[in-house]
Design a protein around this ligand. Sequence first.
Ligand SMILES: [Zn+2]
Length: 68
Amino acid sequence: MCTFADQGMPHTYVVRGSQNYLVDLEKETCTCPDHARGHTCKHLLAAVLLERGEKKAVQRMNEAVKAA
Ligand SMILES: [Zn+2]
């Protein structure tokens, strides 16, 4: 199960999966290996959706994260 935690900083989220990854929407960065390889990773996408308040989309994204 993947969840988000508000870090008290705007545009910054922690995506909790098998590991915790820090997503910074301002810099469009994530600490996961996928992003390090130059991909726009699912964590970043999920955080973008979360920021837009598209909760249903986030739920779908969480399902995708769980399946990955
Ligand atoms: Zn990521």
